[in-house]
Design a binder for this molecule. Structure first.
Ligand code: ZN
Length: 156
């Protein structure tokens, strides 16, 4: 899957997210799209159209949840940290020594920025840990306990 960025290449891809080693384990789903590589102001650039969905485990109910992915990403491939300054502001610098990066690595970079660190079913979605208010209340109680004890201590 390695491609030379300056080849002016277009690559269509369809990748199961489980095959991307840079993503956290347990991320499922798949994405498809197209990567276009070109050169701009002496910099190799890549434009990615990514569509699909990621499947993550809801950290409240431990059931799978699906997140839609629909992104157009424009990146500049830089050989070293020193080259980051040359990247036009509308492009996102991605470190790619020698201008080489695989489509999978580009998608991984993008998803690491996009995916939530803690996945939770959103409002209006079927979360198996319903009612959500009960769980939230329980959590609030837990965090309040140490402060209650502190108040007791201060009173002595
Ligand atoms: Zn849930």
């Amino acid at each position: 899957m390695d491609r030379l960025a300056d080849g002016g290449a277009e690559v269509d891809f369809a990748i199961p997210l489980a095959e991307l080693p840079g993503l956290p384990t347990g991320v499922g789903g798949s994405v498809a799209g197209r990567a276009r590589f070109a050169r701009r102001q002496e910099l190799p650039v890549a434009e990615l159209t990514v569509r699909g969905s990621a499947t993550l485990e809801c950290q409240r109910c431990m059931q799978p949840m699906s997140l839609p992915i629909d992104a157009i990403v424009k990146v500049a491939l830089v050989a070293s940290e020193a080259d980051v300054a040359r990247v036009p502001t509308e492009l996102e610098p991605v470190l790619a020594p020698g201008g080489r990066i695989s489509v999978g690595e580009l998608i991984t970079e993008e998803l690491l920025l996009t995916l939530p660190i803690v996945a939770l079913h959103g409002e209006g979605e079927a979360c198996a840990a319903a009612p959500a208010d009960a769980a939230a209340a329980e959590q609030a109680q837990d965090t309040h306990k140490p402060f209650a004890r502190l108040a007791d201590l201060l009173r002595r």
